[in-house]
Write a protein that binds this ligand. Structure first.
Ligand code: UDP
Ligand code: MG
Length: 324
């Protein structure tokens, strides 16, 4: 068995964890090679997502020290986790038979890699790493993250519960992924759309080894909103149904107003009037906001801008890096 494995690791300002991450991944890689589970050309591919700290010099150093283990991709600037990951995947697809994506911070248990590779050899094209529990996450992170998965599922998005971006994909699954050319990228939602046989491997999520989370609350909310609006038009429909409902209510109110007028009891409803003005204004704004969100998406998609620009690839294996 000599199938080539690439482990793609997006890194943004990860100088604090990279020494440990690279050490552990190298050990794991050598172990896998010895066992014959992966081919000799297998690599750990670090993607530097435009960090200005020591991340890229470190990656370069690892590549120089062990070119048969470490490769690197340098992006021209910071493009965010999903785009960095995609840049790594598109570099790996030309070189590897299977690709595992994982975060640099060692939160994903690297010992799950063995089980993923085994599942690949059993014939699965996609192996999702699923967190068995979130004991080390703060209550807030756990609550918001699990709430997010539940909302996504209830909106009819096919998403794997508690699965982040730790997964193995075979080359043909990756080639399928490359066919999705949308700019608003939400890999977790797209991967299940590719199809092919898939399975899951559970692992315990650890704490970040070092450094700080690169996903502050603001980015998390943007990520969740992107995920929902990229995959579901249900929010738009919800606004439509709210509109219908309110229209029906206003008809009833109209009939009521006419009846009271003819009954001689003139209205004294200043407060209800004010309340309804506010309510309607609020609902209209909400609706506009949601519609605007989708229009923004269309705007971004029609521009067809590149999702990332690769400045440099460090790898001893040649591949076709032209595709984005
Ligand atoms: N990351 C990236 N670009 C960014 C932000 C994050 O490549 O703009 C990488 C980061 O280096 C890490 C992964 O994405 O490898 C996940 O980030 P983090 O661990 O900070 O997120 P969290 O686990 O807290 O959700
Ligand atoms: Mg993390």
């Amino acid at each position: 068995m000599s199938d080539t494995l690439y482990i793609v690791v997006p890194c943004y300002k990860e100088e604090a964890v990279l020494p440990e991450t690279s050490r552990r991944l190298r050990e794991k890689m050598e172990n896998l090679k010895e066992q014959g589970k992966v081919g000799k050309n297998s690599r750990v591919l670090f993607v530097n997502d435009g960090s200005k700290d020591q991340t890229w010099p470190l990656i370069r150093k690892y590549h120089e020290e062990a070119p048969d283990c470490f490769s690197g991709v340098n992006l021209s600037r910071n493009r965010g986790h999903q785009n960095a990951l995609l840049a790594g995947l598109s570099t790996a697809v030309a070189r590897a038979d299977m690709v595992i994506s994982m975060d640099a911070d060692l939160q994903d248990d690297i010992n799950a890699i063995d089980a993923m590779v085994d599942a690949y050899h059993e014939g699965y094209d996609i192996v999702y790493g699923v967190r068995s529990k979130r004991a080390t996450d703060t209550f807030f992170k756990r609550f918001t993250a699990e709430g997010f998965y539940k909302i996504m599922q209830s909106l009819g998005v096919d998403i794997v519960f508690n699965h982040a971006d730790y997964r193995l994909m075979s080359r043909r699954a990756l080639e399928g992924l490359m066919e999705f050319s949308e700019v608003n990228l939400f890999l977790r939602g797209i991967v299940p759309q590719i199809g092919y046989p898939s399975t899951t491997v559970t692992y315990e999520r650890a704490e970040r080894f070092a450094g700080e989370s690169k996903y502050p609350l603001k980015k998390m909310i943007a990520f969740a909103a992107d995920g929902i609006t990229s995959f579901s038009v249900k929010p738009i429909r919800l606004v439509f149904f709210a509109g219908v409902f309110i229209f029906l209510c206003s008809l009833i109110m109209l009939i009521y107003a006419v009846i009271t007028k003819f009954a001689g009891r003139s209205t004294s409803g200043w407060s209800s009037l004010m309340a309804s003005i506010w309510m309607l204004g609020g609902i209209q704004l909400l609706g506009l906001g949601i519609v605007g969100e989708y229009i923004g998406k269309i705007y971004n998609e029609t521009k067809r801008r590149p999702r990332f620009i690769i400045e440099q690839v460090l790898d001893t294996i040649e591949g076709n890096d032209a595709d984005k």
